[in-house]
Structure formats: structure tokens, C-alpha cells
Design a protein around this ligand. Sequence first.
Ligand code: SAH
Length: 342
Amino acid sequence: MLLDLTKEQLRDWMKKEGESAFRGDQLFDALLRAKKLEEISTFSKELKTKIKPFYPNFCVRKKLTAKDGTIKYVFEFSDGEIVEGVLMKYKYGNTLCISTQVGCRMGCKFCASTLQGLKRNLTAGEMLEQVLLVNRDLGGDLKKRAVTNIVLMGMGEPLDNYENVSKFLKFVSSQDGLNISQRNITLSTCGIVPKIYQLADDGFSVTLTISLHATDDKSRQKLMPVAKAYSIKEILDACKYYFEKTGRRFAFEYALVNGENDSLKQAEKLALLLKGLPCLVNLIPLNYVKERNLKGSSISAVQGFLDYLKNHGINATKRRTMGEDIGGACGQLRAQILEDKK
Ligand code: SAH
């Protein structure tokens, strides 16, 4: 797919097709603007026919706008696979949450993305395609980008698709690419420890977020199979290493599941675990996933948990629940579309 190629490679590609290298620059420009192939007026019909099999789909299959302005997108790739993205509007800019895989093989008990297992990895170009489509949809262009922040928190486990994700991160943060600073990009992982070290060693400085969701290995294993491979201690060591290498604070996601991990005893354990670490805790009231029958905690339980952490020296915030009326949690919309297809 052409979005997987650099500007230089696109020039070479054009030359191989018997065109001038300049056509490669025009192609690069059109791709970054998420133009449909028909819209590239400078290309002849023959050239468009040659390009067509390799040109990205640039297809928003479905778009839902919530009352709070949050937009949920379903993107469809050339092979018909679909993934989800969510655009959240904040005072400081627009954050786009993108997917890194079609489905997921991590098997977390509360997550809709993993219900059907992993279908395939996304390429770097397909991750970029999501950003470019939304940028265009919001009326942004190459100079004035509408998408200012990116979070890799949609479907998939980014560190289970390291090669493509790292290629994507390099491109979107490069001057020649979208020039979005790595400080404005967040990578969320269920905690694949060796890849956290690799991310640090490869010189990335994105914000690292760990999906923790429990305070001891045994209860974590009940919610997240990956916890059988890596202990919380190993994860914390990897986070400290990431901080030493990058100087970047890290964060933890903690989804509060009613009756599972939301007691004050758990808050106390969490505070002890994280005391003194350069980190932030994001509390997320669990989005109900009907297939799993796990419910989010009550507002008062969330508030009690938050207050406890704050009163015990832990930086913590409650994630604003956004787009609840449109199936905001990962994988919910795709699951619904696959169900409708049956
Ligand atoms: N695989 C990565 C990123 C995708 S999930 C990871 O595990 O971090 C993004 C975040 O949403 C994770 O913290 C995940 O645990 C959380 N999440 C998944 N299902 C959820 C649900 N039903 N309610 C609230 N958060 C959920």
C-alpha cells in the first residue's frame, strides 16, 4: 500500500512506472491530504489505473457524533476489514484514538476488541490512513492540522505489532511526515515488558501508559491473561527504565469494575505500589460490555477511590467518560457491525 512508502520511495515507484520523480511528490501530497484517487486532477487516467491497486481505501464506513462532540469512526480498509477510531475534542486540541490491529489476541476480560481474537496486524500506512482521514474530515490540512494529539488506544495491542507501530510513530512525528511531537502521542499497552525496554532503547519519547487494572498479580491474571507472562513488578521496572531513558512520566489506566477492583482496600494497595513513582493514574469507570457481564463502579465508588489516591500522594484523575451514547468503548462498534452482518 502506498501509505507505507516514504516520499523517496514514492518517487522511485513513479520512476519504475516510467513517470518522472515529481509525480511521486504529487502523490505524496495527495496521500497526506487523504484525497480519493479520482480527486487527483494532475494525474492522467492511465496513471490512475496503474496506481489504483496500491492506493489506500480512505473510507469512513460509519461515523457517529455524540452529544458531547466526541466522534466515533469506523474505517474500512481495502480488504474489507474494519477498525474503530474516536475523536475527542479538548480545549487544547483534538485527540484521535486509533487502532493498531484488527481485533486483538490479548484476551482481557472486560474488552470488546478481543472478543473475536486477532484478525491481522495493521500496517504503518493503515494507522496513518486513520489519522489522515480524520484530519480531512475535520477540515484540517497539511499546515493546519486538525488532529493535534494521537493515542494508540483503539483496537489492538500496539506492542504486539511493534514493527509497524514504530514505523508509524517515526513517520507521524517526523518533519517530513505529520510533525506531531511524540510528547503529544500516547501509547497504551497491557504491559508487554520486553517491548517497553525496546521502545526506550529505540529512542522513542511517546507517553507510555500501562493498563494496570489490578494491584496484585493474582487478581490481574483473572482480568488479563498477559499478566501470566509478566508480573506487575517487572512492568514497574520497565516503566522506571523508560523514565530514566526518556525523562517522560508514565501513566496507568485503572478501569474500575464493580465489586472486582474498586474497594478502598484496593485503592490503598495501589497507592502503596505506586508511591514515589513519576506517574499519573487515570481512573476509568468501566464501560459495560454485555458479552462479559462486567459492570462499571458506581459514581460514589469511583470518587472514593480517586479521593483516597489523591489524599495519599498519588497523582490521579478520573477519565471524563465521553461518547457513552455512541458505544465509546474499544471494539463495541465493530462487534455490533460484525453481528449485524451475520
Ligand atoms: N491494548 C492496549 C490499548 C487498547 S485498550 C492496552 O491494553 O492498553 C485501551 C484502554 O481501554 C486500555 O486501558 C483497556 O484496558 C481499556 N478498556 C478496554 N475495555 C474497556 C472497557 N470496557 N471499559 C473501560 N476501559 C476499557
